[in-house]
Ligand binder design. Structure first.
Ligand code: ADP
Length: 164
């Protein structure tokens, strides 16, 4: 049984096997969590994205790279739906969490930290972003032992803790 916990903090500081990046389809860096992960991990992450994902990733999919200088060993990049660009299909969001756990199993990661995918610039309502995350993490069979939701700020923490 995988444990699911919530902490308030910064995804780049998490001492887990893999941290999840809320990337975009191009996988060449961006703002929000994506910018923080590339800044914190250094240029090795971008170099690995270019080498391993020459065409980027589809919405709802996941893939791994090195974590460069971050405490984690891997970054698992997921592409959440951009609601502000008309991607309103909720299964694209749940797919990110399921695919991230599948990729974690491929690489043997046993602990994984998630941001609230799509709940920033991509405009997914935060309550439903939390519910989609938690229901998918609970329903997906995996060897991962710990899933940590990293809440960026107090209000995100309260929101996730209240639905956990
Ligand atoms: P998206 O484009 O998928 O919406 P964002 O990076 O804009 O991704 O935001 C996703 C969520 O991550 C938001 O809830 C945002 O508050 C949060 N966030 C932003 N920076 C960090 C960080 N350094 N660590 C953890 N969460 C973060």
């Amino acid at each position: 049984m995988m444990d699911i916990e919530v902490v308030e903090g910064d995804i780049t500081q998490q001492d887990v096997d893999a941290v999840v990046n809320a990337a975009n389809r191009a996988m060449r860096g961006g703002g929000g969590v994506d910018g923080a992960i590339h800044r914190g991990g250094g240029p090795q992450i971008l170099a690995d994205c270019i080498a391993r994902f020459p065409h980027g990733l589809a919405t709802g999919d996941a893939g791994w790279t090195t974590a460069g200088l971050l405490p984690a060993r891997w970054v698992i990049h997921v592409v959440g739906p951009n609601r502000n660009a008309g991607e309103t299909d909720r299964s694209l969001l749940t797919s990110c969490y399921r695919r991230a756990l599948e990729v974690a199993d491929e690489i043997g990661a046993r602990s994984i930290a998630f941001p609230l995918v799509s709940a920033g610039v991509y405009g997914w309502p935060k309550e439903d972003a939390v519910d989609a995350a938690l229901e998918t993490l609970r329903a997906t069979p995996t060897q991962v032992e710990l899933a940590r939701m990293v809440a960026f700020g107090r209000s995100a923490y309260e929101l996730i803790a209240g639905r956990l």
